[in-house]
Design a protein around this ligand. Structure first.
Ligand SMILES: [Fe+2]
Length: 268
């Protein structure tokens, strides 16, 4: 991996505001919008929503190649259709959202999957960004669910996507709500990581397939980790940050050689 810059405690939009360069892709990486989770009791939904509307305005001004929303669109899954259909129409750049545990349920249900599909038009998807393959999955399939047929279909899909990208020589940016791990790969099972059973095997599969970056959310605190050539990035949110960092999103700028910046863009 080539030089890394712009990381850790950087609260400038300097790089996010610079002009796009050939060979560089830009992804606006938005942590959990989770309308209704912020401080303010009954006002939380409206405040979180208003903050995210400002995020969309800022993204539209910056015109990245992609806006990626890292899941937990709402705090209560049934609220998904209140504002998201309207919000998605406001984006003037391509946008991909990955389902969060608050969208799917901690044990994924058919009803929640179908609601997400009605709003976003898909549950998971894969697209080409420059030389890169961007794969947005659904991390709720790593947890127990009665929807075993959907789970098997998903596992087959992501396996095929990893194989296809590797065969095509496309380095991969993998994106899901929950990160594989937060501190280190052998950490105990928690609310914040993949189940330990199978975690290392999945990660080895990612390494072997050419995954270079893992963009996620869920932790509501800043996470930057790297292992075996894969960099895991969790940004600030726009609803509640457990590490008390300001609200905002991150502009991920990635060059063909794998060098990147991931600069904070503050949202009031
Ligand atoms: Fe969340």
């Amino acid at each position: 991996m080539a030089a890394v810059f712009g990381l850790g405690g950087c609260v400038t939009a300097r790089n996010a505001q610079s002009a796009p360069k050939p060979g560089i892709i830009r992804i606006a990486h938005c942590g959990d919008p989770q309308f209704g989770f912020g401080e303010g009791k009954e006002k939380a939904y409206a405040q979180d929503l208003a903050r995210f509307e400002r995020v969309i305005e800022m993204i539209n001004r910056e015109k990245p190649d992609l806006a990626f929303i890292a899941g937990d669109m709402v705090n209560v899954a049934a609220d998904m259709e209140r504002d998201w259909p309207r919000l998605l129409k406001l984006f003037e750049v391509p946008v991909v959202g990955t389902p969060g545990n608050h969208d799917m349920g901690n044990n994924l249900t058919k009803e929640n999957v179908e609601r997400f599909e009605r709003v976003f038009g898909y549950e998971y998807k894969s697209l080409k960004l420059g030389k890169w393959r961007f794969i947005s999955g659904n991390s709720q399939y790593w947890r127990p669910t009665n929807e075993t047929a959907r789970q098997e279909k998903y596992e087959a899909w992501i396996s095929a996507e990893l194989d296809r990208a590797k065969a095509a020589g496309e380095p991969i940016i993998l994106a899901t709500h929950i990160p594989p791990f937060v501190s280190e790969i052998n950490e105990k099972d928690s609310y914040e990581n993949y189940p330990k059973a199978g975690r290392a095997a999945r990660f080895r599969r990612y390494v072997a397939s050419g995954v270079k970056f893992y963009l996620s959310g869920h932790t509501h605190r800043l996470v930057v980790r790297a292992r075996d050539g894969i960099t895991i990035l969790n940004p600030e949110t726009t609803c509640r940050n457990f590490d008390q960092l300001p609200f905002g999103f991150r502009m991920f700028k990635l060059a063909d050689d794998g060098s990147y910046s991931w600069d904070f863009v503050r949202v009031g």
